[in-house]
Design a protein around this ligand. Sequence first.
Ligand SMILES: O=P(O)(O)O[C@H]1O[C@H](CO)[C@@H](O)[C@H]1O
Ligand SMILES: O=c1cc[nH]c(=O)[nH]1
Length: 347
Amino acid sequence: MSLLVAGNSTSLSEEELDEYSDGTVKLRNSNIELMDQDILYHLALGSESHDLQEMFGDVKFACMGGTPKRMENFAHFIMNEIGYKLPAGTQLQDISAYSYRYSMYKVGPVLCVSHGMGTPSVSILMHEMIKLMYHAKCKDPVFIRIGTCGGIGVDGGTVIITEDALDGQLRNSHEFTILGETIHRPAKLDKKLARELKSLSSADDPYDTIIGKTLCTNDFYEGQGRLDGAFCEFSENDKMAYLEKLRENGVVNIEMESTIFAALTHHAGIKAAVVCVALLNRLNGDQVNAPKEVMHEWQQRPQILVSRYIRKVLTHNGQLKNLFGHQGSIKSPRRFKLVQQESQAHE
Ligand SMILES: O=P(O)(O)O[C@H]1O[C@H](CO)[C@@H](O)[C@H]1O
Ligand SMILES: O=c1cc[nH]c(=O)[nH]1
């Protein structure tokens, strides 16, 4: 059996992935099965304290993004899009509220979870999300990051689907330090899923949706070649030469979570995608200074694309009609605005 070897780490071969044919998420850690209980501390959930299969067994999509508010908004939006009805007299609850770390909302088969900023925050969440999928016996869950980024040669408002996630040294892997040893795991996303998402963009969308390489950094300022951090020990020429080098290598955007997100989902055999909206074109500057309302509308764009995908899959599986008894339209930015206004009115 051929293994994909990166550093001294291994990833799933095609043959191994085939072994997961019942679709459930297998853990690559035999310690978990031997434990009396597994506490998902940062999600405020546990395998003994909660019936995770009953609560989460129907999850098909785990959507994640940086801020709790974005994910709460997305939960309301997707609820409307898939026609999911909450039991009378109830409202969406933040399932992980008492962790005081991440927020989690469940809308039928869709989980909407905030992941914070940067690798450590996402890494902790991904361990617990993958274990949650395992304990809940979820079948073929798809993980999607819905984020923001800086564009390289693309206008603010452009939606970017990541084809390959690259680290600061342009390697298509994520570097881990485990027991003092450095290992790399491939930062692979599902290319077919990326293409499918792209196919759901519409000529009627008043913005571009593109696929390209994403640079993932450990910092927003010096790490992304900004001149406007508290420190800067390089010149504007150095910065522009670096951004041009990125562009020559096919990089179209920069953010801070894609390699860890890709590496851990791939290591777990979970299909994943990253969809971000550019908040600015970094070739034109460093400050994020678009008006608040404009940025708010831009951030809805990846959510609209992802909702089209979710609706498509649920429609294909016959779930949209059968489970929720209402179809709606695939392209519905107008309805999204209404939901957003309602949710803002409650802020
Ligand atoms: O908008 P989100 O998804 O939080 O992501 C981007 O925004 C943060 C920086 O402002 C980083 O976490 C970056 O990856
Ligand atoms: O420039 C940007 C904008 C959003 N997020 C980033 O990480 N960088």
